[in-house]
Write a protein that binds this ligand. Structure first.
Ligand SMILES: *Cc1c(COP(=O)(O)O)cnc(C)c1O
Length: 386
């Protein structure tokens, strides 16, 4: 199935809604039936027929088909956030007494899922440096059930060799779950490499306009049904029909957004790489990146996220640099139209993050859809503060 078909037609049964080009927002919590027999039939297939919107909503159903096809998966489930999709995926696979091997420093709320929540229910974990797949192997115990990957991560971008970790898991009958938010299904399709469950924060590139929080999970039909009947319906972390519609609209332009963002980022990264006030730039598709070869082999593109260490005298000059930026907005998250900076100095001297290991001369950048010349000139000007 070609990408244009997926984004423009798949799942859109226009004859059902007046041949409208844009699908309706089916803003209804429940659906009615002509007779008992039809109601009974629908109840038997709550995942695929509209009965109650926690299970199946027609607007969300269109999105589900598109996300599954984009990822090369049999099926998909859409959630109210990326974190909800990760929690559902992991919870669905473990019980008391089980053990998880997880890449070190995953997304912060994935970390909390393992360290603060699952630990309360008797599920243990080991964090490993995932740049060597042998570290996963060494951490596997008799009670290990699940290997968790996030490649690359969204701050320092370490990769895992997905094929190698999948091979380890398959040889031992372990489940693999991977956070693929960084690469999107356009640049990396872990399902096709044998990963069992792949999660996405759709708040980032998939929606792409910084106006909704949403998530998605893709897997086999059997796996999604298991999660639907368990965690999905029980925890009920569903997307609203209105947000699903916004995401459908955002998805239409995913390929051109990703292409522009990747091209702009390379220009900005090249500028910073040469700048005397910059100590080091981290971007998986820059030849200076430690895992450049693996990145090129595993991914088709690298998108708009990169990080840099700056030659700053002290934290106040680092802060002055960030404050002087006019086009890069100071904010968390990424994947929208707007360029952003998230400096780690914000975590220092902060009550919530008293123990950050990140140095204060580090910042994560996201390059959006603006003209890279404008962004480079903004950086050039602000670097005068260092
Ligand atoms: C943002 C993010 C998440 C969480 O997604 P939400 O939609 O904010 O819940 C998970 N993983 C990564 C890598 C992210 O960047």
């Amino acid at each position: 199935m070609d990408l244009s078909y997926i984004l423009n037609h798949l799942g859109e049964e226009r004859e059902q809604y007046f041949q409208a080009v844009s699908p309706p927002i089916m803003q209804s919590s429940n659906f009615t039936f002509e007779n008992v027999e039809r109601m009974r039939a629908s109840l038997q297939d709550e995942m695929d027929t509209p009965f109650y919107s926690r299970g199946c909503n027609p607007t969300v159903a269109i999105l589900r088909k598109k996300i599954a096809a984009l990822a090369g998966a049999e099926d998909a489930m859409i959630f109210s956030s990326g974190s909800a999709s990760i929690a559902a995926a992991v919870l669905s696979q473990v019980q008391a007494g089980d053990h998880i091997v997880c890449v070190s420093s995953p997304y912060s709320w994935t970390n909390k899922l393992l360290t603060k929540m699952l630990s309360r229910f008797g599920v243990t974990h080991t964090f490993v440096d995932g740049t060597q797949s042998t570290n996963y192997e060494a951490a596997i115990q008799d009670n290990t059930k699940l290997l968790f990957l996030e490649s690359p991560n969204s701050l320092t971008f370490e990769l895992q060799d997905i094929g190698a970790v999948v091979a380890l898991a398959k040889a031992r009958g372990l489940i693999t779950v991977m956070d693929n938010s960084y690469a999107t299904p356009l640049y990396q399709q872990p399902i096709k490499m044998g990963v069992d469950i792949v999660c996405h924060s759709a708040s980032k590139y998939l929606n792409g306009h910084s106006d909704i929080v949403a998530g998605a999970l893709v897997a086999s039909k059997e796996m999604t049904r298991k999660i639907f009947e368990g965690e999905f319906m029980t925890l009920g972390g569903i997307i609203s029909p209105n947000d699903a519609w916004l995401m459908l609209r955002g998805l239409r332009t995913l390929p051109i957004r990703m292409e522009a963002v990747s091209r702009h980022t390379m220009e900005v990264v090249n500028f910073l790489h040469e700048h005397p006030k910059v100590e080091k730039v981290l971007y998986p598709f820059h030849p200076s990146f430690p895992q450049y070869e693996l990145a090129k082999a595993q991914m088709k593109g690298s998108g708009g996220l990169f990080s840099a260490y700056f030659k700053a005298q002290d934290m106040s000059s680092m802060q002055a640099f960030c404050d002087r930026l006019e086009r890069f907005l100071l904010a968390c998250s990424w994947g929208g139209h707007e360029s952003l900076i998230f400096p780690t100095c914000v975590l220092h001297q902060s009550e919530n993050y008293r123990t950050t290991e990140m140095p204060w001369n580090f910042a994560r950048f996201y390059v959006g859809l603006e003209d890279p010349k404008v962004l480079i000139s903004d950086l050039s000007n602000a670097l005068g503060a260092l």
